[in-house]
Design a binder for this molecule. Sequence first.
Ligand SMILES: [Zn+2]
Length: 306
Amino acid sequence: MTLAIISHPACVLHNPGGAHPERPDRVIVIEKALAEFAFKQPVKFYEAPLATREQLISTHEKNYVDWIFSVAPRKEVISLDEDTWMDPHTLQAALRAAGSVPFAVDLVMTGKAQAAFCNVRPPGHHAEYEKAMGFCFFNNVALGVLHAINQYGLERVAIIDFDVHHGNGTQAIFQHDKRVMYCSSFEHPFYPGYDAESDNEHLLAVPLPAGTTGKVYREAVKAAWFDQLARFKPQFIFFSAGFDAHQNDSLAELKLVVSDYVWLTKEIAKIAKRYADGRLVSVLEGGYDLDTLKECVPAHVNAMLM
Ligand SMILES: [Zn+2]
């Protein structure tokens, strides 16, 4: 079995400039670290295709998709909100990032890969049905989830979102969709500051105060997620893989270290093995400290493999 790593040069070109933390170097250092890492299984690198219009409107409102295409600048940099900027390369990068996840699903579902990692930017989990925000334009993971459901007839899919920010977009897209179990851990109170509370039993939020260590983190997500996942029996599991809950990431104040990411990934891989034939796709979200990304991403990806 093979590990698939998917990216695209366009993901490096998207560069609104300034001191924006969501910068091209993130994907560059990850690609290099992945290329140098000795994985348990053979690795194959792929270029992400463009997301199709059909995939985009499976997840987002049609008028919103048209609007993003219409405002995409030819020369200048525009801002959709205070931290979500578009330059002339952003639309192409967003389309590759969004297209990477359905493509990863195809590789895994057809047995060409056991697991896949999408090393892409811009990230996606803040993008809502009809709204770009928080560096995100299209909800990359949501496109993959809906592709798995629509193209392969899957009935139960889980998303594990360990980015330090709550994935408000992913929650909004799937809040009334019982086919999708959304497990998210995040610093709280913190950006985006929406109410993550829900009576919905397929939305499993784990809000954590600033300063939370790996030990407390592990207990909290184990208690909130593992039994529920076993009851749900997901047929496919996605990671929304943000590494900004690491203690060295300056955007937030959780205190995770590499062994916490490896632990969580292995526990989820066991669940995937039991219920989902081992099918796992992980998609980069946040994570802004380059040394942390170099260390944590290969370790996380390797931990997905049996
Ligand atoms: Zn984040």
